[in-house]
Ligand binder design. Structure first.
Ligand code: FE2
Length: 193
């Protein structure tokens, strides 16, 4: 007879990772307002998105993996769709998978020359992200946008490079609900749609 146990971590029907080893964080508007074209007038304590992450063992060991979920609220900032901060991996060789879980949005990608493009994300979509591409999630829908992820523990997060070379486009929700993608006015790079 073999031993059969339950896993210590699970994904709820609301796409939250639950378990003792799960790390949970919330990004508030007070920390995010600087990424938007117009800082807008949301209360500072507005939760823009929640991040759940989980691994076992050494959380920096090459070869080990993180599993995570990001859930973005359906809010806009002066019309601009809610988005994650976006990053490259410190270790550019480390790729990442994203999986659409609920809601709809965009995965914005940018190579190191600044060329920017995006993929539609929806429940069931799968996205392979090269480590040389900066990546950012954007909620274009009217409900929570949940995306699963799996990435190497030694990948790290390089936020500074995105501050030095911002993504080449911004995404807005118009009053009629339509989505518009606007090229960012910055040096370098090109935008493809
Ligand atoms: Fe990443």
């Amino acid at each position: 007879m073999i031993e059969i146990t339950d896993p210590t971590v699970r994904l709820t029907l609301d796409h939250e990772l639950v378990g003792e080893e799960v790390q949970v964080g919330a990004k508030l508007f007070s920390d995010a307002k600087g990424w938007y074209l117009h800082p807008g007038c949301l209360p500072d304590e507005t939760v823009m998105y929640r991040v759940y992450s989980y691994t076992e063992g050494n959380n920096t060991r090459s070869g080990n993996l993180n599993s995570g979920v990001t859930i973005l609220s359906p809010v806009t900032v002066a019309g601009e769709c809610n988005m994650t901060r976006g990053h490259w991996h410190e270790e550019r060789a480390c790729v990442e998978f994203y999986y659409g879980l609920s809601g709809t949005g965009l995965l914005m990608l940018m190579d190191e020359s600044g060329r920017t493009w995006a993929e539609h994300v929806f429940p069931g979509s799968v996205h392979h992200i090269d480590g040389h591409w900066a990546h950012r999630l954007i909620n274009t829908g009217d409900v929570d946008f949940a995306v699963g992820a799996c990435w190497g523990c030694n990948a790290g997060h390089d936020y500074r490079a995105v501050e030095q070379l911002p993504f080449g486009a911004r995404v807005f929700k118009e009053k009629d609900g339509s989505i518009s993608v606007v090229a960012e006015n910055r040096q370098g790079g090109e935008v493809t749609q």
